[in-house]
Write a protein that binds this ligand. Structure first.
Ligand SMILES: Cc1cc2nc3c(=O)[nH]c(=O)nc-3n(C[C@H](O)[C@H](O)[C@H](O)COP(=O)(O)O)c2cc1C
Length: 183
């Protein structure tokens, strides 16, 4: 084994974070790892926004809670009506990732960027959780798209909740039968 494989195998989605804001130098390193992901023809068809402003974070969460009212949702979103619910699990930073809708490969490229960030974070024992649930609420809101400076031809594909870990979740099962060797 080596350090990269260790990080890949030990990464889990973390949904409990310490309140402390993540160190800026560390965050800059992680984002630099993100933008070193491969992208088709090196187009880098992503827009990355690092959100630490509480008003904006609260607005994203409130928009999600409002949208979720009366809906039967799955996963953590099923608890959206509970007080103190946070769609991004109260992480002190939310990285919002948007993809160029005019680039066929952009969503895959954004996935590579997000995974680079998650794995680099894990290598520093920093927790992350990809948050698909923030995409639609931001894409529906002209106010949020403007304040986050999402370009007109881009759409948010997911966020990444990131912060110092406050839990050590167990590994979720994986289905090895999805991998078939054709020889
Ligand atoms: C595209 C994508 C969207 C996701 N959206 C959410 C989400 O909105 N909220 C959440 O708590 N977890 C979300 N997750 C985390 C998954 O639930 C998690 O990766 C999966 O259960 C496997 O667990 P693991 O990451 O600990 O291995 C998302 C993951 C991906 C890749």
């Amino acid at each position: 084994m080596n350090k990269i494989i260790d990080s890949i195998l030990s990464r889990r989605s973390v949904r409990k974070f310490r309140d402390a804001q993540i160190d800026n130098e560390i965050l800059t390193t992680l984002l630099n790892c993100g933008i070193h992901a491969p992208s088709a023809m090196n187009k880098q068809p992503w827009a990355v926004r690092v959100v630490q402003n509480n008003e904006i974070l609260n607005k994203i969460n409130q928009d999600f809670v409002d949208w979720a009212k009366g809906k039967q949702l799955q996963g953590s979103a099923a608890r959206a009506s509970e007080t103190d619910f946070s769609v991004f699990h109260h992480s002190p930073t939310l990285i919002v990732i948007a993809a160029d809708t005019e680039n066929h490969y952009s969503k895959g490229d954004c996935g590579a960027l997000a995974q680079n960030i998650s794995l680099a974070a894990e290598s520093m024992n920093i927790g992350t959780c990809v948050i698909g649930n923030v995409a639609a609420v931001i894409n529906r809101s002209e106010y949020l798209k403007e304040i986050l400076q999402i370009p007109d031809t881009y759409e948010v594909v997911f966020g990444i909740a990131i912060g110092y870990k406050n839990e050590e979740p167990a590994s979720k099962p994986r289905d090895e039968s999805r991998v078939i060797f054709i020889k």
